[in-house]
Design a protein around this ligand. Structure first.
Ligand code: BTN
Length: 242
């Protein structure tokens, strides 16, 4: 079972770094969760930073021993975590979408982000740090296109109530992954995927276009219908026009 041990800290540079440090000393068990009130150097995808007001949001990292998972299948880990976060939000009566590959959105606004850092040994993973930032009670985001559970629900949400549901959802996904139910996992992911089968605007190297997301491939590339062709995009090759 994941999430049996939870370490709560007030302030840290990054909970993902904290896990990485424990890991390098061999001092972390499979499924351990680190929660922080505040990060001084919260990290996002592609070198971005992750800012979160102290004490207002979920700042969560979990270590998972992913040695059973081959490098070529690593996208399923992204899928189960994204679905877990989206499912967690739906427990609050709000529908959240996964913006490919692993951003969590509500009505076109970002509510959460995921930063998974995998260690690799040969053909398999050798441990993964699952970092999740979810906006819970923050209500001001300056110019960011962001939202929070409080803004959506118009009520204060205790962070603790979110933690246990999230761990529960991650456990459900992890069980499916351990049972190699990759087709199911993909189906659940597509079910939450924002703009699936819907015409919308995107930008690629040739400029803006109207396309239709058709799914993802095994490597997590986005499959997009553009004109009458199916094109596969890597993360850096496409952006969403929101
Ligand atoms: C993103 O959308 O860019 C990913 C954001 C991930 C933020 C979380 S908060 C907990 C963990 N620690 C970090 O430094 N980053 C992740």
């Amino acid at each position: 079972m994941l999430g049996r041990k939870i370490i709560q800290i007030e302030c840290v540079d990054s909970t993902n770094n904290y896990v990485a440090n424990l890991l390098s000393q061999g001092k972390i068990e499979h499924g351990t969760v680190i929660l922080a009130d505040e990060q001084t150097n919260g990290r996002g995808q592609r070198g971005a930073s992750w800012d979160s007001k102290a004490g207002e949001n979920l700042i969560f990292s979990m270590f998972i021993d992913t040695a059973i998972l081959s490098v070529k299948d690593q996208f399923v880990l992204t899928q189960i975590i994204s679905v877990a976060v989206a499912n967690l939000i739906s427990k609050f009566g709000i529908e959240a979408d996964v913006k490919w590959p692993n951003d969590i959105y509500i009505n076109g606004k970002k509510i959460g982000g995921i930063l998974i850092e995998n260690q690799i040994k040969g053909a398999n993973l050798n441990g993964s740090i699952i970092g999740i930032g979810l906006n819970i009670n923050q209500v001001e985001f300056q110019n960011l296109n962001a939202t929070s559970l409080k803004l959506e629900k118009r009520e204060f949400i205790p962070i603790q109530s979110v933690v246990f549901s999230l761990i529960n959802e991650i456990n459900n996904g992890w069980e499916m992954l351990k049972n190699n139910q990759f087709d199911w996992i993909n189906e659940f992911y597509l079910n939450k995927l924002w703009r699936l089968n819907v015409e919308a605007s995107y930008i690629d190297k040739s400029g803006e276009f109207i396309g239709i997301i058709k799914g993802v491939n095994q490597n997590g590339l986005l499959i997009m219908q553009k004109d009458c062709e199916l094109i596969q995009y890597d993360l850096k090759e496409i952006s969403f026009k929101i």
